[in-house]
Design a protein around this ligand. Structure first.
Ligand SMILES: Cc1cc2nc3c(=O)[nH]c(=O)nc-3n(C[C@H](O)[C@H](O)[C@H](O)COP(=O)(O)OP(=O)(O)OC[C@H]3O[C@@H](n4cnc5c(N)ncnc54)[C@H](O)[C@@H]3O)c2cc1C
Length: 517
């Protein structure tokens, strides 16, 4: 793929950014038959798209705000995603414990409306529950004054695994997709229209150019950097908001159902969601000014999550229980009049698109859940703007790489979907690939090799954070695995000892901020 440097091809689409939004656009444009190039400055989903709450949802809280159209659209997309990536998206039961008499009827009615909005794509009916049933579902829920509860259904997924599978789908549909390729400049033709990009290969430092008809800016919180390459005086389009999650042992909930806390002390919702044998607690929502790839959790956010979870769980999580703390930045579309002050939770969660006079199409905001619809809208807009031949969108029914029905979720390898068998075969044929990375883990050498050969992993971080997710499951344990992963990577990629040592050092520094101090 890095042979692109010598390519003279003029692409129909050049997409800048390899998160959920950019990858979705690459799948959409390539599957319609447009020649497509996607450029990601780091690894796929390195930024916001690996740091979500892992929900494929309509957003119960947007319903509380009366944003019916947004919820209906997201519920429809939830349905498509569950159908097209059943290996990664599962039907998850969420329980709301009720402690006051009016809560059961109130939430049952509200959530029944939520079900109705999903049309024919409901994942299951919302129903009132007895006190005993709530305790059975969430054995560690606080029982004092518990009257009963309500159960509703939403989707739950693995965000960076889906990003990797979308990257593979885009390639299968004919796209060229490159990570560690940063767009540093936009090229313009004599009529002021953007005609291409200057790219720096972050692995070897070499610059190259790529020419294209439609240039798409899908860089999440970084969209304003690209917009300013086009027009330095353009107003900011994004207001970032930070959200933090804590990962703790599954025993804090005690079952397979998730808990939803409908009103925290700052008027938001909070979740405790089972994920890969752990529980993710979160999230927060605070405005920040810095646009960085590795945002850091604030003490106050950690305290807020622990305090809120502790009010609803019998075994109150302490800092020492936290296996990983991670922060992500939401690319919220800034309100035009700038009137929302610092209350980021008031800013629109729907996506926003901007077509600049130069023809640059920028897309931001939205949710992971709605990435497909965002992609469809973006490609339609770009095709209209650049007067390309119109071709119909195919993604509503396009199966995503790894598609596999009814996977065995008790087997941690289920995340590979239809690729699981190929990895196991590799391990059967060569016992080295079946070796565990160390005595403390089930992750194997073969998975690192697979990540390099088939999933474009290039660094220890790519493997441990976004291919096998150990960073998110137990940050400290992941640091212990770094030397072995670096050694396997070095032999796969033909790198020397110095590279290997640098990788371990870089990873250890980076992952340190995911360890609770
Ligand atoms: C705390 C939190 C919880 C969330 N929970 C959920 C949830 O449960 N469900 C849900 O549906 N949504 C959720 N979201 C929203 C969802 O994660 C985001 O909407 C989505 O991931 C945004 O994807 P993106 O591709 O627009 O941005 P990103 O994932 O940030 O991708 C942008 C990419 O552009 C790249 N880039 C930037 N500049 C350049 C350049 N010059 N050249 C090349 N590449 C460049 C970046 O490296 C990055 O990879 C959550 C968000 C947060 C922050």
């Amino acid at each position: 793929m890095r042979g692109l440097k010598d390519s003279k091809q003029k692409w129909d689409f050049i997409i800048i950014g390899g998160g959920a939004t950019g990858l979705g656009i690459a799948v959409d444009s390539a599957s319609r038959g447009y020649s497509t190039l996607l450029l990601e400055q780091s690894d796929f989903a390195k930024a916001t798209s690996s740091r979500s709450t892992k929900l494929v949802h309509g957003g119960v809280r947007y319903l509380q705000k009366g944003d019916v159209a947004l919820v209906r659209e997201a519920l429809r997309e939830r349905g498509y995603l569950q159908k097209n990536a059943p290996h990664l998206v599962k039907n998850q039961r969420f329980i709301i414990g009720n402690y006051r008499w009016w809560e059961k009827p109130f939430y049952t009615i509200g959530l029944t409306f939520y079900d109705l909005l999903s049309g024919g794509m409901s994942l299951g009916r919302s129903l009132p529950m007895s006190r005993a049933a709530v305790i059975k579902s969430i054995p560690r829920i606080v029982r004092e004054n518990l009257r009963g509860g309500v159960v509703y259904h939403d989707g739950q997924f693995d965000d960076s695994r889906l990003a990797v599978n979308l990257m593979q789908t885009a390639i299968e549909q004919g796209a060229a997709v490159v990570n560690y390729a940063k767009v540093t400049q936009l090229l313009k033709s004599s009529d002021g229209q953007i005609s291409g990009v200057v790219v720096r290969d972050e692995l070897d430092g070499v610059n190259f150019t790529a020419e294209g008809k439609c240039i798409i800016n899908a860089t999440g919180i970084f969209v304003d950097n690209i917009i300013r390459m086009d027009n330095p005086s353009e107003k900011p389009m994004v207001r970032p908001s930070q959200g933090v999650h804590l990962v703790v042992d599954k025993s804090f909930l005690g079952g397979d159902d998730a808990i939803m806390i409908p009103k925290t002390s700052d008027g938001r919702v909070m979740f405790g969601v089972p994920w890969h044998n752990r529980v993710i607690l979160g999230t927060t929502d605070i405005p920040v000014k810095e646009f960085v790839l590795e945002p850091k959790a604030l003490e106050e956010e950690v305290d807020f999550i622990l305090e809120t979870a502790g009010r609803f769980l019998e075994k109150k999580p302490q800092r020492s229980d936290v296996l990983c703390v991670f922060a992500g930045l939401r690319p919220l579309a800034a309100p035009k009049n700038g009137s929302d002050g610092d209350k980021t939770k008031e800013i629109s969660r729907s996506h926003k698109m901007l077509v600049s006079p130069s023809g640059l199409v920028t897309i931001t905001g939205g949710k992971w859940t709605t990435y497909r619809k965002m992609a469809e809208d973006t490609v339609n807009t770009a095709v209209r703007t650049k007067k390309l031949p119109v071709k119909e969108c195919r993604t509503a029914k396009l199966k995503i790489h790894g598609y596999f029905e009814n996977p065995d979720r008790n087997d941690r390898m289920y995340i590979y979907g239809s690729d699981q068998e190929a990895i196991l075969k590799m391990q059967r044929e060569n016992p080295y690939y079946a070796e565990k990375l160390d005595l403390t883990t089930d992750f194997t050498v073969g998975e690192v090799v697979w990540a390099v050969r088939r999933e474009m992993a290039r660094t220890v971080d790519d493997v441990l954070a976004r291919r096998v997710r150990v960073l998110y499951l137990d940050a400290r344990a992941s640091i212990a695995l770094a030397p072995r992963v670096a050694s396997v990577l070095a032999s796969e990629l033909g790198r020397d000892k110095k590279w290997e040592q640098d990788q371990v050092k870089e990873y250890t520094e980076m992952a340190g901020s995911y360890v609770m101090s």
